[in-house]
Design a protein around this ligand. Structure first.
Ligand code: SAH
Length: 385
């Protein structure tokens, strides 16, 4: 048995799904899918359709004060005021890049901090959201991994990033796409990811088409299949290496699900009705002298051809948490040329938000990362920081 199989931290349920709760705490409406909210109202002796009303208030009108929800009965409004809440995340800081990218640092209720990034690409406005505080997967090149296992974000914390980012946009603009490519591993936070996807695609909620949502994973095979059975979302797979020996070294998850298992899973995933004709994006972070040789490119072509895929090359973003280097521009161009000449679909990801450290693997890279690791006590006010 490999060391990784013994590491229970890596199993999806090992991390707690809950923010530390306080007895008598109000229920957060942002944690509910519409179905769950219907159940909630039925349990309160009210009608299921209240859920539709609440959903509209929250996700269409951005109203978070129950007293303004005029189509609810007075009694229900009073009940909700006492027992429920619609949370929002504190915005610690917003950084705007010259290229239009916006990095937002949010503070969660327990004091931990996560980042989200809004990236304008043509007519699209893509939000990159975080799934966990820290990450247990331990990819050697990733900055978030240096924070340790941390915890899963709740559905409310996922939705809080979406609503919080949306509020910071100029009038008339709205988020059109979401990528789950921020801090942490979305498929470790699986149940909350499903709940969040349910809300995001709800016709009475933000109503984002599932094909506008991309979940990026380091390769948790059982969850990849379950995801495909549940939602027609796009999948991005963080590949980063083309042999087991290489991938074992930089991505410990490979010791649990090796390349053969991974690509068998992807082939089965692509047979699911939800994935008809959709390609999987193979993300490949180019790291100097680790995975950037012409032989790597050739093996990558072979792997890419074994499924419907497109390759997204990400030049490595250096950070103090790992010894790796970005290859020279020449080496990157050469690698891309080999891929493109073979006829596989490959692009280089344009690094966005470079000036504000919002690029892949750089989230929580500045001084704020330290605070992310040491949550403040609940009763400490932000101003005392
Ligand atoms: N856990 C998920 C999503 C988070 S990371 C996953 O593994 O896919 C989003 C992408 O950025 C992943 O492909 C990840 O491997 C890549 N990445 C992480 N650190 C990086 C770095 N320093 N430079 C470039 N890409 C990096």
């Amino acid at each position: 048995m490999s060391a990784i199989q013994e590491n229970t931290e890596m199993t999806p349920n090992a991390q707690t799904n809950e923010t530390p709760s306080v007895p008598g705490e109000r229920v957060d409406m942002l944690n509910f899918t519409r179905k769950e909210l219907e159940q909630y109202f039925i349990q309160q002796g009210d009608k299921a359709f209240r859920a539709r009303q609440i959903f509209r208030w929250i996700y269409k009108q951005d109203v978070t004060d129950f007293t303004e929800m005029t189509d609810l009965s007075r009694n229900m409004r009073e009940h909700l005021l006492e027992h429920a809440t619609i949370s929002s995340l504190d915005v610690v800081r917003v950084m705007d890049s010259v290229d239009g990218t916006k990095k937002i640092l949010f503070r969660l209720k327990d004091g931990a901090q996560v980042e989200s990034v809004v990236i304008p690409i043509g007519k699209r406005l893509t939000l990159c959201i975080s799934s966990q505080v820290g990450c247990a997967l331990g990819c050697r090149f990733c900055y978030t991994a240096t924070m340790g296992p941390g915890r899963n974000l709740t559905i409310a914390e996922y939705m809080g990033q979406f609503l919080g980012a949306q509020r910071l946009l100029p009038e008339g603009q709205s988020i059109t796409n979401i990528v789950f490519m921020g801090m942490g591993e979305p498929l470790v936070n699986f149940q909350n990811l499903l709940g969040t996807l349910d809300i995001l695609t709800d016709e009475l909620g933000p109503k984002l088409g599932a094909r506008r949502l991309t979940v990026s994973t380091a390769g948790l095979c059982p969850q990849i299949l379950k995801l495909g059975e549940t939602f027609p979302v796009r999948l991005a797979l963080s590949l980063h290496a083309t042999t087991d020996a290489q991938r074992d070294q930089i991505m410990p998850i490979n010791q649990r699900y090796n390349l053969k298992t991974l690509f068998e899973t992807l082939r089965n995933f692509q047979k699911l009705p939800s994935q008809q004709s959709l390609p999987v994006t193979l993300e490949y972070t180019l790291i100097k002298d680790i995975n950037d040789s012409p032989e790597d490119a050739k093996r990558l072509i072979k792997l890419s051809r074994s499924i419907r895929s497109k390759i997204n090359l990400i030049p490595y973003n250096e950070h103090p948490g790992a010894p790796y280097k970005r290859p020279s521009s020449e080496a990157i161009a050469n690698f891309l040329r080999i891929l493109q000449e073979s006829g596989v679909l490959a692009t280089e990801r344009q690094t966005r938000g470079d000036d504000i450290l919002a690029a892949c693997g750089q989230l929580a890279l500045d001084g704020e990362a330290k605070k992310t690791r040491i949550p403040r006590p609940r009763n400490e006010s932000p101003s005392s920081l």
